[in-house]
Structures are given as C-alpha cells and as structure tokens.
Design a protein around this ligand. Structure first.
Ligand code: 8X3
Length: 256
C-alpha cells in the first residue's frame, strides 16, 4: 500500500459512526492518515476517535449533519488543506413500489445521499485543491447503476450521487483533485437494512437470507483505502463491488 505523502495528511470521513464509514476511518488511520470522523452521533465517533488514538493513530471527532449546510460550512472553516474526503453518509428508507412509496422517504434520501454529498464536497473542495493532491470519494451503490423493484427512491438518490461524481470529475479535470466512486452491492452492516425497514429486524434479516457471504464493511473499506492510496496520477473512476453470490441487483444466489 502506498503511504500518504505526509503523516499528517487529513482524511475526512462522513457517516463515520458505523458500518462502511467507521471501517473506512479505521483503515485510513492504519494507512497513516489523520482521520476526521463526522456523523450526527457524537458519542459513537468520539468513542471511535479514542479507540484510534489509543492504537497510536491520529483521529478527531466532529459531530455533523451533512444536510445542514450552515454546519457543514462552519466545519469547513477548520481546514486549510485536506487530502481525502470520503462521502459515505447516506442510506435507504423503505422498499415500497413507486405506486405507494412515501414522498417524505424519497425527499430524505435525496437530502442525505445527494445534497449531503454536495454540501460537504462543495465546502471542502477549496481545501482539497489547496492540498495540491486531493481525493474525493463518493460511496454510491450498485443502486446508482441499475434499478430493482421496490428500490426506486433509493435508486434515484444513488443515481444522483453517481451523476454528481461523474460530473464533478469532468468539471475539475486539470486541478489536483481526483474523483473516485465506489459502488458497493450487498453489504451486511449492523444498520443499513434495519434503518431501511424502520427497525423491523425480520425484514432486515430477510435481505441477507441464505446469502453465504454478503460483503462486510471491511471489504468495502479495503477497496476505498486501496483506491485512495494509489499514486496521485492514478484515478480509479468507478469500482463496482459485490459479493460473489450477487450477480446483479436482482440476481442473488440464496441457499434456503
Ligand atoms: C446497497 C445495495 O442492493 O441494497 O447500497 O440497493 S442495495
């Protein structure tokens, strides 16, 4: 793995309180980055920062709601330069068909997955550029690249995140900032499916029923860390990562 240019290079991770975000923060810290953990749940990110510091890494926690633009702008004033931004905050709400989906769920998914990414990216782009070697990661989803029944609200939002990444890459070419999109498929984390189904444990468990080995948060964090630690002139535009048992959004091998 290529080490960051300087030990003190900063990597900001949003949604770092659990799942892919927390795993990414751990792996980037282990790779030598000074990680800044952001999420709404202050207690979680503070505990993770303490864990990382105790292990000899550099980590700070900053409570932040990525949908709150004023708070994001205030957060951004703390940094002159940033090496890496991992836009991980987001998630799914509901799995209803288009005919009955709740517009409030759709709105909230657009707010977190798209506007949250837009807010933090816009606010930190000057610091990423000032670093002379910045990386923006957008953690989208395979839902950003194809649809499935019952997924339209989330699929629409993740398509938005994908388009944001692709367009930003076009617009800032020639500046010292690269844009990487990581699109995970079925990842089993503590909260993704549970949140999607409003805390219904049975529905959440059914998402993974019979699937031998869904991806873990660490699998995705490993991919993000690999992409981020490539030499600066190498841009991993897009990586789609799925478990072996998932051939497409709608084709999953289950042993039931
Ligand atoms: C998660 C993948 O299949 O639940 O982003 O939409 S899926």
């Amino acid at each position: 793995m290529t080490a960051p240019a300087a030990k003190s290079r900063i990597a900001v991770v949003t949604g770092a309180s659990s799942g892919i975000g927390a795993a990414t923060a751990r792996q980037l810290a282990a790779a030598g980055y000074r990680v800044v953990l952001t999420a709404r749940r202050k207690d979680r990110i503070e505990a993770l920062a303490e864990e990382l510091e105790a292990a000899g890494h550099q980590a700070t926690a900053y409570a932040l709601d990525v949908t709150d633009r004023a708070a994001v702008d205030e957060f951004a004033t703390a940094f002159k330069t940033i090496g890496v931004l991992v836009n991980n905050a987001g998630g799914a709400l509901g799995a209803d068909p288009v005919a009955t989906g709740d517009p409030a769920d759709w709105r909230q998914m657009y707010e977190t997955n798209v506007l949250g990414t837009l807010n933090v990216t816009q606010a930190l782009l000057p610091a990423l550029t000032a670093s002379g070697d910045g990386t923006v990661v957008v953690v989208s989803s395979t839902a950003g690249h194809g649809t499935y029944e019952g997924g339209a609200g989330y699929v629409a939002a993740k398509h938005g995140a994908h388009v944001l990444a692709e367009t930003l890459r076009l617009e800032i070419v020639g500046t010292p900032v690269r844009v990487i999109e990581i699109a995970p498929g079925m990842v089993r984390t503590d909260e993704f499916a549970l949140t999607r189904f409003g805390g219904d444990e049975e529905k959440a468990a059914n998402v993974y029923a019979g699937v031998a080995e869904p991806l873990t948060a660490d699998d995705v964090a490993d991919t993000i860390t690999w992409a981020v630690t490539r030499p600066s002139h190498v841009n991993i535009d897009l990586m789609v990562i799925r478990p072996r048992a998932q051939a497409s959004n709608t084709k999953v091998h289950r042993e039931l």
